[in-house]
Design a binder for this molecule. Structure first.
Ligand SMILES: Cc1cc2nc3c(=O)[nH]c(=O)nc-3n(C[C@H](O)[C@H](O)[C@H](O)COP(=O)(O)OP(=O)(O)OC[C@H]3O[C@@H](n4cnc5c(N)ncnc54)[C@H](O)[C@@H]3O)c2cc1C
Length: 386
């Protein structure tokens, strides 16, 4: 049985209070403006939430994965856009600086990023390389004591407002994944970094997403994060965390949609009774809550296993697949329960429906996750409990 410690429960209640007081009231307006949520981002930094996963020496809290998922889930319940921006900052955008950067880089970039004073991002995807990572063409060439980067990235979360970027590039012309390395780019000191246009999208509109153009960007050797090869393995080292975190935000979003649909179904009357009493609607809600329940258990079971330092590659893929698809289904059903009112911009349920689509591509599409799960189809029931 999954049990939270009293500290984890108290932490979740504190995040929930913050979300109810400050995120929920702002969510509609930031979505309508489609602008990076500066005020909330700074507040999340001030509250110490961006540093949850990092040691206290860098301004972090040294929290476990379960605690981090509680934070991510509650935040996503208020706004998936804010959760996306905060997840990039607190995980992929800063992780490689911490894990593979020198002490000087950690002090210069990680510490202010965890306070929310610098915006960080992680750029892997390119116009012709999404799932097919081996196809990236951004090149890094060594020239003396520097590297020179050229190429282009796209669909990068926080890119339009980013100060520091961890960028994946190839260190040789060879095809394949071996020669991919990670570089830390600083927009304030390095020339040749152009932040391209912001992508106008239907989902997580207040989490800005954009292109990055790199033209002969000179990068000091110290900014090569962890060697000339092995970038894909470094990304792989954090992929299970990314997938479990994505499951947690899926649960948060689905909770919001389920709560809204249940309240509406109890209130809306048709044919002389609240629609929740029509079996067709009651069954929908029963399916929604069942899926939500299962995804929640899977998410926290996987998070606890990460805390126990277990390798959970296949399980993390299962959890992300199940939870993200669950969020798509639950938000879709919520809109159906609202019927015409589900389409009205004055109700948040349309935002939940739009936002859920964001959960599908990041951290591996559902098809790619099935490829990962399909590599090892043996299963016995003990694996669910071990
Ligand atoms: C809002 C948002 C934010 C993002 N943020 C970031 C970010 O911060 N940094 C970053 O680097 N990237 C980011 N991404 C990009 C994301 O990681 C990619 O979109 C994702 O990897 C999928 O790539 P793609 O869109 O190019 O699809 P493709 O890889 O072109 O896939 C197209 C379709 O083909 C399927 N497909 C592809 N290969 C296979 C296969 N072998 N077997 C079966 N089916 C397959 C896919 O599942 C999909 O349905 C973001 C995306 C979005 C939408």
């Amino acid at each position: 049985m999954i049990e939270f410690t009293p500290e984890q429960e108290e932490f979740r209640r504190a995040v929930a209070r913050f979300v109810d007081a400050e995120v929920v009231p702002a969510a509609e307006a930031i979505d309508a403006r489609a602008e990076f949520p500066w005020t909330l981002f700074k507040r999340i930094g001030e509250l110490g939430y961006l540093g949850l996963r990092y040691p206290e020496a860098y301004g972090g809290a040294g929290a476990d994965m379960v605690t981090y998922c509680l934070f991510a889930e509650e935040l996503a319940r208020g706004s998936l856009s804010v959760a996306a921006a905060a997840a990039m900052q607190s995980l992929m955008g800063t992780y490689f600086i911490y894990a593979h950067g020198s002490e000087a880089l950690r002090r210069k970039y990680l510490v202010p990023a965890l306070r929310g004073d610098l915006v960080a991002t992680f750029a892997l995807t390119e116009p012709n390389a999404g799932s097919d990572v081996a196809n990236i063409t951004t090149r890094a060439e060594r020239r003396g004591d520097r590297w020179v980067l050229s190429g282009g990235k796209t669909w990068v979360t926080n890119a339009p407002v980013a100060d520091v970027l961890t960028v994946a590039a190839k260190t040789s012309a060879e095809r394949g994944m071996k020669n991919i390395a990670l570089f830390l780019l600083d927009r304030s000191t390095m020339r040749g970094i152009t932040l391209g246009k912001k992508i106008d999208k239907m989902s997580v509109r207040a989490s800005e997403t954009g292109e990055i153009l790199l033209e002969d960007v000179e990068v000091p050797a110290e900014h090569l994060l962890g060697g000339e090869t092995g970038g894909v393995e470094k990304i792989g080292g954090i992929l299970s965390e990314i997938r479990v975190m994505t499951a947690a935000i899926s649960v948060g979003l689905a909770r919001a949609a389920y709560g809204a649909a249940l309240a509406y179904a109890r209130e809306r009357v048709a044919f002389g009774k609240p629609i929740v009493e029509h079996q067709a609607i009651g069954f929908k809600l029963a399916d929604m809550v069942t899926q939500l329940h299962a995804a929640t258990l899977m998410t926290y079971q996987a998070a606890a296993r990460l805390d126990a330092r277990r390798a959970i590659t296949r399980e993390a893929a299962m959890v992300k697949l199940f939870a993200s698809e669950m969020a798509v289904t639950v938000t879709d059903e919520a809109v159906r329960i609202f019927a015409s009112y589900g389409l009205a911009m004055e109700y948040p349920v349309q935002r939940y429906f739009r936002d859920a689509r964001f959960l599908l591509p990041g951290g591996g599409t559902s098809e790619i996750l099935r490829v990962v799960i399909g590599r090892d189809l043996d299963w016995d029931r003990s694996q669910a409990f071990a």
